[in-house]
Design a binder for this molecule. Structure first.
Ligand code: NAD
Ligand code: MN
Length: 482
């Protein structure tokens, strides 16, 4: 290598204005079309993880509040499920259009509350959120043609609990198919990122959605547990950690509630010696550093064919030196803030375990802001399958590199995980892609790309990554009595 110093540019700050969005000093619960305080008046604060500044105070829903929300959803279900699909579609199309119109506000709000770069909230999250509502709006009057019988019925009231990594997108994945199929919902956003869901509640009002069709209850895990355990719900949809997913499966066991669980992952991104190295590097970077690595389908294990390891790692390190870590609202930022102090502590613990177990740690020189929660993009080489950083979900910007010699070995290593959510294959050989895709136990397999999402495509996992599919025609099944 002639030089390992990449050409870098100096960028002037290019901050998106935070004045485009109004954040109220406090928010209530959204129940039956109105914002109300929690029964006991309790609130919690949500902060911006890039500055630790308090953004707002939000109600902490109690069991009584959850009960009220479920009852409102039950009452609303009668009329909502009886509407012709074409009428439900009108509301969903309206919501989709309002999301597009207000996407700049929503993108800024999401980046503030979550810490993700505005480039991603603006160009990935928000377009996908609108696309999900448009897509399922299109299904609302075509359910008879979805493959679930001539007149499939909704389940009733859905209790939905979502995580903090894609707050509004996970809301869209949950709410759009539920409503299209004629269900009503009670949704609980994550405690560190409640604001975009509350903003969405306002969009429901703006769209004239009938009262009680969508209810938003904010709170922590105890509110989530009240919701999934409530006898008045017919369906539980959860995205989050495998640990909580297992607890939820235990709670609903023996009830008639239908369940979908979308849990963790430890995806292999597999690079063969014939792969175009520069494209693979972009895919690896996108796979693990997109959204700070807070992605359940992140390509967190790089499996590289031994003969191209040195070349690939040189190119990857060169590329990593150009990643810009910092202010989420700056349009040039590639990697924003870690979502919470707890998540940062988890990432640090696992990274320390990587070093302690003998893997070699590398990160580019990068200056991290002094307040807020930050973690530099990090690479571990010399990783074996026994290492914790090869087995456990880190959910941060940390890549573990392993090697292989043959396609059989790549498959064996890729599948050697309790998870099975996604995988990536980089090779010029079409036949090898198909051979690999057949053998990989992963719900989604990307080839020569990574982290591609589309509302028409089902998403979900095997093994401890959960069960059920979201997105596409398959995603309707979870909300229909079939
Ligand atoms: P979590 O599973 O605790 O939280 C996800 C959601 O579940 C939140 O809304 C939370 O309030 C709620 N919740 C918590 N306990 C609950 C309970 N007993 N019953 C019902 N709902 C409950 O996840 P976390 O603590 O924020 O993150 C821990 C780890 O989980 C991360 O490090 C990561 O590995 C993984 N994770 C995965 C995803 C994913 O998309 N698959 C998302 C977030 C976190
Ligand atoms: Mn927050």
């Amino acid at each position: 290598m002639a030089s390992t110093t990449p050409m870098t540019f100096d960028y002037a700050p290019a901050p998106e204005s935070r004045a485009v969005v109004d954040i109220a000093p406090s928010y209530g619960l959204f129940i039956n079309g109105e914002f109300t305080e929690a029964a006991d008046g309790k609130v919690f604060k949500t902060i911006s993880p890039s500055s630790e500044e308090v953004l707002s105070e939000v109600a902490q829903a109690t069991a009584e509040d959850v009960d009220r929300a479920v009852k409102a959803a039950r009452t609303a279900f009668t009329a909502w499920s009886a509407l012709p699909g074409s009428e439900r579609a009108k509301y969903l199309f309206r919501i989709a259009r309002i999301i597009q119109e207000r996407s700049r506000e929503l993108a800024v709000l999401e980046s503030l509350d979550n810490g993700k770069p505005i480039r991603e909230s603006r160009d990935a999250d928000l377009p996908l959120v609108a696309a999900h509502f448009f897509y399922y709006a299109g299904w609302a009057d075509k359910l008879a043609h979805a493959g679930y019988g001539p007149d499939p019925k909704p389940l009733g009231v859905a209790g939905q609990v979502i995580p903090w990594n894609f707050p509004l997108l996970m809301l869209a994945w949950k709410i759009a198919p539920a409503l299209a199929a004629g269900n009503t919902v009670v949704l609980k956003p994550a405690e560190t990122t409640p604001l975009s869901a509350l903003f969405f509640a306002d969009i429901c009002r703006q769209a004239g959605l009938p009262k009680g069709v969508v209810n938003i209850v904010t709170g922590d895990g105890s509110t989530g547990a009240e919701l999934v355990g409530h006898p008045g719900i017919d369906k539980v949809a959860f995205t989050g950690s495998t640990e909580v997913g297992k607890a939820i499966a235990r709670t609903v066991a023996g009830t008639s509630k239908k369940v979908t669980l979308e849990l963790g992952g430890k995806a292999a991104n597999i690079v063969f010696d014939d792969a175009p190295i520069d494209q693979a590097v972009e895919g690896i970077v996108n796979g693990i550093f997109f959204n700070q690595g807070h992605v359940c389908c992140a390509g967190s294990r790089l499996l590289v064919q031994e003969s191209v390891q040195d070349e690939l790692l040189d190119a990857l390190k060169r590329r990593m030196r150009t990643l810009r870590v910092g202010d989420p609202l700056d349009k040039n930022t590639d990697i924003g803030a870690i979502n919470s102090a707890e998540q940062l502590a988890r990432i640090r613990t696992l990274a320390e375990a990587g070093e302690a177990e003998g893997a070699e740690r590398w990160a580019p020189d990068c200056e991290l802001p002094s307040s807020g929660f930050w973690f530099a993009p990090t690479l571990f080489t010399g990783v074996t399958q026994a290492h914790r950083i090869a087995r456990e979900e880190i959910f941060g910007p940390v890549l573990s590199v392993l090697t292989f010699r043959t396609p059989e070995e790549a498959v064996a290593k890729a599948n050697n995980t309790p998870y099975g959510l996604s995988a990536g294959i980089w090779t010029e050989k079409g036949s090898r892609i198909l051979w690999m895709a057949n053998k990989l136990r992963a719900g989604v397999v990307w080839s020569n790309t990574f982290n591609k999402f589309d509302p028409t495509s089902p998403f979900g996992g095997y093994k401890e990554s959960g069960y059920g599919r979201e997105g596409g025609r398959h995603g309707l099944e979870a909300y229909l009595d079939v």
